[in-house]
Design a protein around this ligand. Sequence first.
Ligand code: AMP
Length: 431
Amino acid sequence: MTQPSPTATTGPSPAPGAGAAPGAGAPTRVLVLNSGSSSVKYQLLDMKDGGRLALGLVERIGEETSRLVHTPLLGGGGEKREKHGPIADHAAALKAVAEELAADGLGLDSPELAVIGHRVVHGGLRFTEPTVIDDAVLAEIERLVPVAPLHNPANLTGIRTAMSLRPDLPQVAVFDTAFHTTMPEWAARYAIDVETADAHRIRRYGFHGTSHAYVSRETARLLGKAPEEVNVIVLHLGNGASASAVAGGRCVDTSMGLTPLEGLVMGTRSGDIDPAVTFHLMRNADMSAEDVDVLLNKRSGLVGLCGDNDMREIRRRIDEGDARAALAFDIYVHRLKKYIGAYYAVLGRVDAVAFTAGVGENAAPVREAAVAGLEELGLAVDAGLNAERSDEARIVSPEYARVAVAVVPTDEELEIARQSYALVSGLAGEA
Ligand code: AMP
């Protein structure tokens, strides 16, 4: 397989703002931007201690009913502020965010800002590390649009807008796919004709990588070990959901593939499905490729099975005796259990299974059901520990269990901030 050359922009090449050397008086703040098709989420962090100074969200960009919610957190925090009214595009959204930050004395023109870190969903094989953004990097992210048509264009818009607001500041892309680029060829390749696959860059890339990287490392810390010493199965169960097998800190398999559709049952996505379903529907149900795309990505998963994609609502319905909700839950858990078993076999030895994201962190019944019956594999939860609510990383398996079951809150923004800051600090040191 032709392996594209490793990224050329992660080295010590001169970068804008590379003068941001760490040390006394050096800027330590990082603005993290997560630009979606109609939303921008942001956090401003100070890498002196990783603390948050502000966070917020602009949603429904391009509509009449746009909304900005800004939460100042500096010095004990302040009142949450909301603004309603049309915000035409990402440029207007970022300008509105900049105004909110400036009102708290945290403007984008602040000399304390070291870098803007951007979440970029698809980095293909080219980007294995966080990367300082220049024209060549922008062109490559653009080239990957065919494999990430929903996400990469929005990410690009956010980056270009931020660059126009602070052209002198380094901007770093942190890729959702990067953590998975260590997957061996036998895990990454689909068993289809090699020439066709290579011509169209069809392979398994995996997503949620920033979360899998953060959670696998935090799990090692929770066990009092170095990441290199532990094998972890990470279950990122949010509205989107993915599993990964992490051996000694490196990803060796993950459940999402060419796109985030493959793998676990999700809020609105089917996860694994016989691909023949697609052509069956196209041939027999008068559906276009676009129709099937919408079916599998938006009208499937939990919402397709029972009409709800919120696990809280599904649990409530189950408690009321709703059979459809109960079946949706069982299908969700069955798939999860299959991936735990598969990744157990892939890793050979497992030190921990870590649950994270909205469902993984909060839904005790999902954790309990996912490991039920796996005692022979050394897996169990302690009912009392599992039921306790907490924002802290914690172990919920009984002491006798050979494999730790952990609940580890994910923090993608902190991870993006850390990686972006480390990169520009390193660059500055070497420049
Ligand atoms: P995320 O994508 O990580 O923000 O996760 C969002 C999902 O987490 C929601 O759709 C809910 O299904 C789930 N979730 C959030 N809080 C809870 C909770 N307390 N109990 C069960 N599920 C929850």
